[in-house]
Design a protein around this ligand. Structure first.
Ligand SMILES: Cc1cc2nc3c(=O)[nH]c(=O)nc-3n(C[C@H](O)[C@H](O)[C@H](O)COP(=O)(O)OP(=O)(O)OC[C@H]3O[C@@H](n4cnc5c(N)ncnc54)[C@H](O)[C@@H]3O)c2cc1C
Length: 369
């Protein structure tokens, strides 16, 4: 099968890697080099965790993705994952963490229920006054996102895919490159992250937002700390992975930001807010020097579910995206599902359809704004 994929973020590059591996004739097009920081997949680190509350489908997909990221590591020799664990700070006995624990257990995914004293041993400093318990996923952790997406594209090329740098435009059922070349194929996939909102405005409803990331210099004690999520307080972060600093980020929805706009610097309020959170949760970081701050873009669907569906007027054209602040880890598993559905296997869930969505339980690391 001839396939043209526009967009070499986690979704497009994963699909290129998967399809090239089974012998398809693949062209992967992107306006930037894979891993460019203007793309949502271009950040250094992304959490990989299986907990998705009561959602067993996303839980299983994340677990499958972990296996596929390991396969990519084995194939390429690249060190893409740090299995430092992810701790979920539970504010009540029931709720998201309990639902996650039930589903993880049902699916046989390792999980630990930690007392607050046990959790405190995992972090150089941990404030627990507002917590009830901690759900720990020992086999979760961090994917080195930029390196991973570059590796996907490189391994897709090693498997025979052609990787082209060009800005593309949909033209009926074809792809028009910026030099005027028109690409035709049996399948065309537009996996264009936040740009989908402009490219297919009639069919895709995505809010593109500015998000802020704050990194503190906490010292070497944080090097192997777990990733963490405070779902009820819409906060998440990592230990000091690869000496980038300890990441403390809000997952609340930021202000709108056009996909083509320059990424602005992080705001002073972003740092103040991260320090306020740290004062409660990681007291040792509250006064720590700022190592770095930056912004990135989310492309949010209303219900935080992904998009993977054919174009209503051109059935061979597919639209894939809507990562909604939690899509990175799922890339290779989504690719496998899409290819399987094309082959007549299990259809993709109806909730990945195009069009308007109703708000639903958030699957990213923010239970509320
Ligand atoms: C700060 C932050 C933290 C996050 N944390 C996590 C996390 O912890 N865990 C997690 O799993 N996920 C996380 N995410 C979400 C995850 O990074 C995204 O869901 C995912 O990277 C989206 O990938 P994508 O392939 O859809 O889009 P992108 O990575 O944006 O890729 C789209 C590509 O399409 C290209 N493109 C667009 N239009 C055109 C065109 N017309 N012609 C040619 N090329 C085009 C772009 O150049 C781009 O390379 C986070 C995101 C951010 C911003």
């Amino acid at each position: 099968m001839r396939v043209v994929i526009v967009g070499a973020g986690t979704f497009g590059a994963s699909l290129a890697w998967h399809l090239a591996g089974r012998g398809d004739d693949v062209v992967l097009v992107d306006q930037f080099e894979p891993g460019d920081t203007r793309a949502t997949s271009g950040g250094e680190t992304r959490l990989i965790r299986c907990s998705h509350g009561a959602d067993a489908d996303f839980t299983a997909m994340a677990r499958r993705a972990r296996t596929l990221w390991r396969e990519l590591e084995a194939e390429s020799g690249a060190d893409l994952m740090k299995e430092c664990g992810v701790s979920w700070f539970a504010h009540s006995e029931d709720g998201w963490e309990l639902e996650s624990e039930r589903v993880l257990t049902d699916l046989g995914i390792p999980t630990q229920r930690l007392s607050l004293d046990e959790a405190a041993e995992l972090f150089p400093s941990l404030g627990v006054d507002d917590l009830a318990w901690v759900l720990h996923e020992p086999e979760a952790g961090v994917v080195r996102a930029q390196r991973a997406v570059q590796t996907l594209a490189a391994q897709a090329a090693a498997r025979g895919a052609r990787v082209i740098r060009s800005r593309a435009t949909p033209d009926a059922g074809t792809v028009r490159l910026d030099d005027g070349t028109v690409l035709e194929a049996d399948r065309i996939v537009w996996s264009c992250g936040g740009w989908l909102a402009h490219l297919f405005a009639d069919h895709v409803e995505l809010r593109v937002t500015r998000q802020e990331l704050i990194f503190f210099d906490g010292g070497p004690a944080w090097a192997d700390a777990p990733g963490w999520v405070d779902y009820d307080r819409a906060a998440y972060g990592t230990g000091d992975v690869d000496a980038l600093g300890v990441k403390v980020a809000t997952d609340a929805e930021g202000p709108p930001l056009d996909p083509d706009a320059e990424l602005p610097p992080a705001s002073d309020e972003g740092e103040r807010s991260a320090r306020r959170y740290a004062a409660d949760r990681f007291p040792a970081l509250a006064q720590a020097p700022l190592k770095e701050s930056k912004t990135c873009r989310y492309e949010l669907s209303a219900d935080s579910r992904f998009i993977a569906a054919p174009h209503p007027e051109h059935p061979s054209v597919w639209i894939v995206g809507g990562g909604s602040g939690h899509g990175f880890k799922h890339g290779p598993a989504m690719a496998e599902r899409i290819a399987n559905a094309w082959d007549g296997g299990e259809p993709l869930p109806v909730r990945f359809a195009l069009g308007k969505r109703e708000r639903g339980t958030s699957l990213r690391s923010a239970g509320s704004n």
